[in-house]
Design a protein around this ligand. Sequence first.
Ligand SMILES: Cc1ncc(COP(=O)(O)O)c(C=O)c1O
Length: 398
Amino acid sequence: MLKELAYRVQQIKPSATADMSSRADKLAASGRDIINLAMGEPDFNTPSHIQQAAIAAMQAGQTRYTATDGTLALKDAIIQKFARDNQLTFERSEIIVSCGAKHSLYNLFAAILNPGDEVIIAAPYWVSYPDMAKLMGANPVIIHADHKQQFKMTPVQLRSAITPATRLLVLNSPSNPTGVAYTAAEWQALGAVLMEHPDIIVVTDDIYEHNLWRTEPFSNILMVCPALRDRCVVVNGVSKTYAMTGWRIGYTAGPHTIIGAMKKIQSQSTSCPCSISQAAATAALNGDQACVAEMTAAYQVRHDYLVGELQKLPGVSVQPGDGTFYVFPHIEPWLKLRADINDDVALSEYVLNEVGVAVIPGSAFGAPGYIRISYAANMDKIVTAVERLQLAIVKLSQ
Ligand SMILES: Cc1ncc(COP(=O)(O)O)c(C=O)c1O
């Protein structure tokens, strides 16, 4: 008879986004007409020059274990990427490649967090941050930043969330699920608070760096506050930028003591990321970046359409995004239309069952009263999804 599972597993829940997306796929497979706007991945195929690099690597015999922290070719491509895109300089010992940015973050949390440590996270947050902290026995401390403050934490909120137990601050910009990005001026103000607390490590999750179209160029807190260099960790990857979610390549740059600790964990748990995917990621980072601009332009067209249409729906407040492929409308007024549909979870179920559109309830991101709609889907699907949402609201009001 199986005994109780580990306490760490009992404290966490499965990823809500993965769960909703797979339920929508199952319904579609059973013959239901479902538009899946729950998924968090580009709908484009990986560009062909990247695919070709993987085929060439396989044929050249690059089918064996690589160094734990990644091939030299990929690490050098990452170093060049940081210099080119972020004006940041790293040595090889300050870089580690992992199996996706999620794996990078997991290894980082495992490398620096002890039970009882506090991890500051702003809600709406990416679903995995709090559960990853809990897996390490650490305590997530949530700062709530709603649409009225453009989903961004303020320096005052950050200061008041810090305690002697604070070990890590998690930043994600542009953000999943809101699509908003902090400005350089906002980083400066948050950085000033961090300068008062030299023991706090900062991780900036830049996975949506290139899915950005606002006029101000991308920045992260380290680019704006170089004084944080000895305690700031940058996580990024190829999943969202190059439509490479299935290849599972993410990477981390930071102080070599932290990177070394992550390498130790990776050596005992994963050995190394996939050799073929590393060759593909090298080609992605070193190759022509035109594919990135093309995909981003498509996301922007969809964003503008979707935000425009959502703003016409009664009762909804929509904060336009700066990037990503998500929008996070505030739908609380819809929850007052029918007694049995009085939270965002019930509403998402209703929308899935009644009109066949899969979205994620905001509470999965620590923000009840919202839904996350992904527009990583073609325009026809988005147009139909909007019509169906309109229908759902009409039905709810009857
Ligand atoms: C904010 C954020 N960080 C990290 C990841 C992980 O990306 P991957 O593991 O595919 O590199 C995701 C994926 O959805 C994300 O949205």
